[in-house]
Ligand binder design. Structure first.
Ligand SMILES: Nc1ncnc2c1ncn2[C@@H]1O[C@H](COP(=O)(O)OP(=O)(O)OP(=O)(O)O)[C@@H](O)[C@H]1O
Length: 324
């Protein structure tokens, strides 16, 4: 089957609250599509509509040209993880998968292979109630993969994973896409998608903010900035400004230059005998790119949680999605 997910002018309200407001995007085979936006942006509702769990008020969501409910053997066509907590606590991890597998004709062998792949083999015979959130995410991902489907939808799969788990899932998602699958993953943290997504669909308050490749977004945000480390800051500023660069001091011995390529900067400093220890073309992080993207939008802003992991927040008064 064609594994493309196509969302067209999708709309959903819950009473007076507009959850999804005319959203359109396409997630293609062979790519990890990051579906990103602050809490309450409408990501889960959109995924639920793609999976036929919520009925849209308008528009449509198709997988391989079909609405989900028209897919004959969904376990083999579309794998989904919406809520990692949806596991019976007294059931052992392996038994949870076996029960799902056997009710769909999937062999036991596949269950054991998947437990191995998601790193749960050693915990497979423990009860799921004692699993950490990260272990439940892994179990949920294994369940989504049972039928070896060409389409995967994972809602916040990175949530609860430790740094090793985050590294693992990035590689795992990339390998699933490299096998030709369509992988749609949601996140409210832009930084979670760094190094895993190829394509980004950014939403806010149910609307599309950006639909772009990660490479294009980063290139646009990186601009022509060059970072320079030098003990002769004043001298360097003079030389580079005279040559037409725009120079800003960013630290005691660091400068950021725009308007001059890195090679020209090196040549100029050499000609004028200005010592320096480092010249690097600036590469924006995905988080910076997001800031750039939403700079003109008063509705969204990024704040740092203090450990360099910036979060996206809706403006004050935005629904946090809590209390449901
Ligand atoms: N069943 C529901 N009943 C009422 N309101 C709902 C329901 N489901 C979602 N909403 C509302 O719809 C909006 C979008 O919620 P949704 O969960 O889709 O956002 P999200 O982007 O997935 O957020 P999060 O990152 O918190 O999961 C929010 O305002 C939310 O409160």
């Amino acid at each position: 089957m064609d594994a493309t997910i196509e969302v067209s002018d999708l709309r959903k309200r819950f009473g007076p609250a507009v959850a999804v407001d005319g959203l359109s995007f396409t997630a293609r085979p062979g790519q990890v599509t990051g579906f990103v936006g602050p809490n309450g942006a409408g990501k889960s509702t959109t995924m639920r509509m793609i999976l036929g769990l919520d009925a849209p008020d308008g528009g449509q969501a198709l997988i391989g040209g079909l609405p989900y409910r028209a897919i004959r053997t969904p376990l083999y066509e579309v794998g989904a993880l919406l809520d990692a907590a949806a596991v019976h606590p007294s059931r052992r991890g392996r038994d949870h998968l076996l029960w799902l597998a056997h009710s769909h004709g999937v062999p036991t062998r596949r269950v054991d292979d998947l437990l191995e792949q998601v790193g749960l083999a050693s915990a497979a015979r423990r009860r799921a109630g004692g699993y950490s959130l990260g272990m439940r995410q892994r179990l949920g991902i294994a369940a989504a993969l049972l039928g070896d489907p060409p389409v995967l939808l994972l809602d916040e799969p990175v949530n609860g994973l430790d740094p090793e788990g985050i590294r693992w899932i990035r590689g795992f998602l990339r390998s699933l896409a490299a096998e030709g699958r369509t992988v749609l993953i949601s996140s409210h943290l832009m930084s979670e998608l760094e190094d895993s997504a190829d394509h980004l669909v950014v939403v806010g308050r149910g609307r599309l903010i950006a639909d772009t490749s990660v490479a294009e977004l980063l290139a646009a945000a990186s601009g022509d900035r060059v970072a320079l480390r030098t003990g002769a800051r004043t001298q360097a500023m003079g030389v580079l400004t005279d040559a037409g660069g725009t120079v800003a001091a960013t630290g005691r011995d660091t400068l950021t230059i725009t308007g001059l390529p890195a090679e020209r900067i090196v040549a100029l400093l050499g000609e004028h005998g200005v010592p320096f220890s480092e010249v690097a073309a600036h590469r924006a992080s995905l988080e910076e790119a997001y800031m750039e993207l939403t700079r003109d939008s008063a509705e969204f802003r990024a704040t740092s949680n203090g450990d360099g992991d910036a979060r996206m927040n809706g403006a004050s008064g935005a629904d946090t999605g809590e209390g449901r």
